[in-house]
Design a protein around this ligand. Structure first.
Ligand code: S3P
Length: 169
């Protein structure tokens, strides 16, 4: 039997990758794996701790290793961290190993979703709107270049997004 392709969710913080990934996996009776969650479990520490002690570079190293491992699997739903597309090696790996779905959202929607968040080190600063806008400008083209499918998640329920993904992949 041919291996079932993975379904890989990419997109910025607050796009709904974890929520939608969990629902999508349940809908298709597949296993769900969240890269950030797996990194924390492996390390025995949370993401703010990793950024504090090892810096963003240390986190990106762990993330690359985790993406390499998760994409070895077949037929699973994978949620990646928002910065996973920054490394060319990750982009290539994601494209080779699954159908990649870009969960698009706007900066306005992100701001609503991550307003009280303490678990995202890159946003723990007063100018988080500016940070998100700069990230959008840098990363949106990378998400688009990596994705097979782009699905909007702003102003829609997770269920509506899952239904669209199921229709399109
Ligand atoms: C990051 C996004 C986070 C997490 C880390 C860095 C980023 O994941 O990997 O804080 O660079 O955008 P989520 O997209 O799941 O919030």
């Amino acid at each position: 039997m041919q291996d079932l392709p993975n379904l890989i969710l990419i997109g910025p913080m607050g796009a709904g990758k974890s929520t939608i990934g969990r629902l999508l996996a349940a809908e298709l009776s597949r296993e769900f794996l969240d890269s950030d969650h797996e990194i924390q479990a492996r390390c025995g520490a949370d993401i703010p701790w990793i950024f504090d002690v090892e810096g963003e570079a240390g986190f990106r190293q762990r993330e690359e290793q985790m993406i390499a491992e998760l994409t070895e699997l077949d037929g699973v739903v994978i949620a990646t961290g928002g910065g996973a597309v920054l490394r060319e090696s990750n982009r290539r790996r994601l494209r080779e190993r699954g159908t990649v779905i870009y969960l698009f959202t706007t900066v306005e929607q992100q701001l609503k979703r991550v307003a009280k968040d303490r678990n995202r080190p890159l946003l723990q600063r007063p100018d988080r709107e500016q940070v998100l806008r700069e990230m959008f400008d840098l990363r949106d083209p990378l998400y688009r270049a990596t994705a097979d499918v782009v699905v909007r998640t702003d102003r829609r329920s997770p269920r509506a997004v899952v239904n669209e993904i199921v229709r399109r992949v």
